[in-house]
Design a binder for this molecule. Sequence first.
Ligand code: MLZ
Length: 267
Amino acid sequence: VNGEFNWDKYLQQTGMKAAPLECFKQRSDVIPLVNKFQKSQKLETTDARNPSAISVATIVDMQGPRLRLSLDGTDGCNDFWRLCDSKDIFPLGTCSAHGGLLQPPLGFKKNVSNWPSFLQRTLQGADQADSSCFLQEPDGPGSNIFEIGMKIEATDRKNPQLICPATVGNVERDQIFISFDGWRGAFDYWVPFDSRDIYPVGWCSVNNHALQPPGVKGENPIVTDKLRHLAEKSKRQTRSVTNQLEPKPTIQKETAAPSGPTKPLRR
Ligand code: MLZ
């Protein structure tokens, strides 16, 4: 699925570490999410651009456990992706069961006064996603334990169909800065540590989702120096750990008792 890109090799080459699973809301790096949804099914979802409103959407594409949703009544320019265990998607009928009203989406093509009749038509005989498709969103980790320099997989928010290798470029309270490997910073963004747009290394491969290879525009200038420093530090740590594993010499060089004659050798 991931074509040429090989995380193991890449981590080795760069001397960097993958962020541990405990950092993520998306912990499943070994168990794939089961996506039982099908294209063209309808569901209810919060509007990505207006999260207080719930609208009707159609699944227009899928990649692994991700669904591309198009809000009914819009032109598709503001489609967005959700995981099949997102807490922001619901079976049809959920809104009214809770006494709510489905809202016309931002970008509704018609006059808002046409919404009730449009809604009725769009729901009539709709191919609806069964409630068994909707999975429970996992609990997030309680706190931000990401560290600068950790490698992750992240959604490219400018091309949200893409997931790309990235580096934690900075950490600030509950936010982390996503820095895409091999791009110059135009795609980078801050995100809460429990975001659904970041995944552990290996997530794409396990979940049958394409992973883009890193760009070829060199290292990210924002993090380059920090990362170089961290890479050096982690190499040094690895070395000193290795040293500790080797049997310690019983006699240190500087304090070593002379093994030869007690008097210094004359040269
Ligand atoms: N073809 C597009 C995709 C960029 C993807 C970057 N992802 C971090 C471009 O070159 O702009």
